[in-house]
Design a protein around this ligand. Sequence first.
Ligand code: ZN
Ligand code: FE
Length: 161
Amino acid sequence: MTSVSTLKELFLDEVKDLLNAERQLVKALPKMIHAATSVPLKDALTAHLAETEKHVDRMEEVLTSMGMEGILEEGSEMLDTVEMPALDAAIVSSGQRVEHYEICGYGVIHEWAKTLGYDAAAKLIATTLAEEKAANEKLSSLAKGGINTAAAAREAATSIG
Ligand code: ZN
Ligand code: FE
């Protein structure tokens, strides 16, 4: 990253970062859905995949609303770890880590968009932010609703001694 001195530059930098994350997540979620064994977890991830596709569109719209379409490069390594999980608990953990990252990022750029007077962008960002919070809460409730204890029970059943 070159030097950044204005809030507008910071905002654009963060928007690009989040758009990259969303694009990576569109690729990673089908693998997580495939790996998950819990049906409610598969359903939750499938629903969030559809939302995540909208998040990509919305962020592209944010850039378009600022006359900045087509300036993006791919290449975040952030989600490499999301591809591996075998256990539902690990998938939930990876998912929640991503949601927290997104909630933080969208929360920050929502404030910046308002400060900069980017009303259309702020509205798009707020919609996505609400969906990220709901997705995180859904994953959290699944973890507490049995996925963690199921993972622990499986471990106890396979451990020797
Ligand atoms: Zn998202
Ligand atoms: Fe998300």
